[in-house]
Design a binder for this molecule. Sequence first.
Ligand code: PGA
Length: 271
Amino acid sequence: MKNKLIVANWKANPESIREAKEIFSPIKRAAAKLNQVEVVICPPAVWLAELVKGARNWNGGVALGSLKATPPFRVRLSFGGQDAFWELIGAYTGQLGPTMIRNAGATYLIIGHSETRALGDTDNLIKAKVRLALKHGLKVILCVGEKARDEHGKYLQILRGQIESALTGVPRTQAKQIILAYEPIWAIGAQAKGADTPAAFLEQSIFLRKVLTGIIGREMALDCSILYGGSVDADNAAGFLDEGGANGLLVGRVSLSPESFIKILKIANSI
Ligand code: PGA
């Protein structure tokens, strides 16, 4: 069975590398004891290289993020970026290309998070970002989710549209680098009314896998990890992983609290 993927999305936190290390150190120690879980830390890009340096020895001493570092060992701890530009380099003030993120040590990249969509990421931009990141060897965590869930199931067409637009035409050889994160927008963040239910997640994930099947084929779609995100905490994590059948979790706020995040890791490791 594949390792569960527990992704920490730190968003724009914390303010200093000292604080970043304080959050990261206990998580790194806990990750070393896991055998069923891959932990993916997605810090702000400015802290990435320094945290990666501190983690090197935990993955068999092989430099993370290197394309040559196909692990003969079980990876327990990886890094990800939270977004990247749709060009590699050039005159784009303020932007970071996916190979910059990769060369700083990330193997994963979150794309299409609802917060970047809200700041102007359109389906077309997301598609361009996904293409470029996949082409350059990153594993893409594509986020999809609806603003509101209507009882007639119209929101399902929104999810379908987000996936089809981002992934149609992806070369088969790159399809295995795709991870899907289902994050209903109404369940994300401190203002949310709370997490989705494991039963509802299970239903959505069956639908999402069907949509994926139409794009990347049955075999790849069955193999694709589908994560749940939105108000995940130590109390609801087991439900999503067990009853909900999630292949992993995308954790926001709670990933900044090492104590609670480590609880989630241990739960995931035991399921
Ligand atoms: P949350 O965020 O866990 O704080 O709800 C999840 C996310 O935005 O990925």
